[in-house]
Design a protein around this ligand. Sequence first.
Ligand code: AQP
Length: 325
Amino acid sequence: MGKKVLFSGIQPTGELHIGNYLGAIKNWVKIQSDYDSIFCVVDLHAQTIEYDQKEMPRRVQKTATVLLACGLDPERCTLFKQSYIPGHSELMWRLTTITPIGDLERMTQYKDKAQQHRDNINAGLFTYPVLMAADIMLYKAEVVPVGDDQVQHLELTREIVRRFNHRFGEVFPEPKPLLSTAPRIRGLDGKAKMSKSLNNAIGLTESPDSIRKKLASAFTDPARLRRSDPGHPEVCNIFTLHGQFSPPARCAEIAGACTAGMLGCVDCKREFADRLIAELEPIQARAAELRAKPERVQEILREGGRRCRARSERTIADVNRAMGL
Ligand code: AQP
């Protein structure tokens, strides 16, 4: 039996950060060989918020570069750019005709983004989850790694699949979510989800100086005013982040020392910064190598696109046949 198809995407909306890394990319790298893995830089999705068209190609290039630097391997997975394949938009249209408006109105990400971008509440923002469904269904994917924020969208995709198959015949498998061990990383404000667009993130290619500076002002335990005050690691975002980068035994020591008022936030952050910088160092070195060979990254995206195009055309043919087009 062949490997199951896995699909996931990432938006070129800004510099990839440690939330994207822990919530998605690190896991993608780990499991890329276990599946027929397809990863996509979703530039069509990125059009739903205000963007600079001159910047977009650079953002796509940078996003792909960092994904490859993190360890996505074109020998073991397919990486491509969404707008290279017309099938995403073609399938999306067909799916909009079987998606009730009420289902889209319930999407919490739409409500949040509509609040955040009040001057630009466009129809694409509203139908974003249908494009996501099309992305997944175009390759008949069965497995979709998602963060917390995408679970609702994937549930809608499953609903659309069921509706399509019921109305037009069995064409699509029902995709299942694959949650990472870090489905929601909070930003440096300690509250909101770390996001490219919220200015609360640490970028994967940020310099050690910049990382240290950002961490210096990051929120920790709001109840702790002096070093000698007993800390509450369970509410501290820096402690949560330690859990992703420091060994469990060291995390237990940190929790003990923090609770006893023996380890201050400044020292705790310094240790975290050292660990984070050490983990990012090889990624940043590979990213620098790839930046020196931009045509290599372009070639990988084009090759991935060529592979996906043939597959997508087969699905569109199946869909057209089923829908009587
Ligand atoms: N803070 C996070 N914690 C865990 N996972 C996260 N992801 C994003 N932020 C976190 C996961 O990264 C993958 C790609 O996300 P995306 O770029 O497609 O969109 P996003 O979730 O909207 O990311 P941002 O950074 O918040 O972008 P903007 O600011 O442009 O909206 C997804 O699997 C996501 O779950």
